[in-house]
Design a protein around this ligand. Structure first.
Ligand SMILES: [Zn+2]
Length: 245
């Protein structure tokens, strides 16, 4: 079979929490909703900029959830990233516990993770009114040994800060946070950020799972699309072409 994908940098974006786990809660907001909204905007923006992107979740659910086994869940996010062959893993969170502003967590200094964190922080601190708390080394599960890619975790404001949540409730502010992430990630991969996709999520979509059916989306270069459908049909599966603008 032909190689359907050109060689592009690969990124796994991880919207923190989800499903039964709301993450931090405060001032009428749940962390899981904001992290998903940010990531659903970030993905098409980065794809437009020539990066292959996978999400660890694309709806309000906990990937890999097994009752009372949080470690399995966190490992599952690493497994999604590893199976995708990600070069960089970016986990998106909202902080809590009495503070204000933006910080980025890494597992250790001196590596590519620190480089990515520095690049992102450069753009994030230009977002109007965001206090800069810097890059910090912290022992966080998804940043640790299970994730093969260089990994960072961005903490975007404090959910228990009235000033921060006022910003996080503003869709334009969320959009500037997304653009700052996109610019930092492009910079890390040596790409010049191109403005092109304006995609705002008004409502967070809900994941509907039919246990009898599974849908896989396959992205291929346009000239190969019709051949790819034929090849998939030959394997005995239904396939449909969808041209995404
Ligand atoms: Zn979190």
């Amino acid at each position: 079979m032909p190689n359907y994908l050109a060689d592009k940098p690969r990124l796994c974006i991880d919207p923190g929490h989800g499903g039964y786990d709301p993450g931090a809660v405060g001032n009428g907001l749940q962390e899981k909703d904001i992290t998903l909204a940010i990531c659903l905007q970030l993905k098409p923006m980065l794809e437009f900029n020539g990066i292959d992107v996978c999400l660890t979740r694309d709806g309000d659910y906990a990937p890999g959830h097994l009752e009372n086994q949080l470690n399995n869940e966190l490992n599952y996010r690493s497994i999604i990233s590893n199976n995708f062959g990600a070069d960089l893993f970016v986990s998106i969170h909202i902080n809590s516990g009495g503070g204000t502003g933006e910080e980025i967590l890494i597992s250790g200094t001196g590596g590519k993770g620190e480089d990515a964190a520095d690049k992102l922080l450069y753009y994030l601190q230009q977002v109007d009114g965001w206090a800069n708390r810097g890059v910090k080394v912290q022992n966080v599960s998804v940043l640790g040994g299970k994730t093969n890619a260089s990994a960072i975790l961005t903490e975007n404001g404090f959910i228990d800060s009235a000033a921060d949540t006022a910003k996080l409730k503003d869709s334009n502010y969320i959009h500037s946070l997304v653009v700052a992430h996109a610019k930092g990630i492009c910079d890390y991969f040596g790409l010049t950020y191109k403005e092109g996709v304006v995609f705002k999520v008004a409502d967070v979509p809900k994941k509907v799972i039919d246990p009898n059916d599974i849908y896989l989306s396959v992205r291929v270069l346009e000239p190969l699309a019709d051949q790819a459908i034929k090849d998939i049909n030959k394997l005995g599966f239904a396939a449909k072409r969808m041209d995404l603008a």
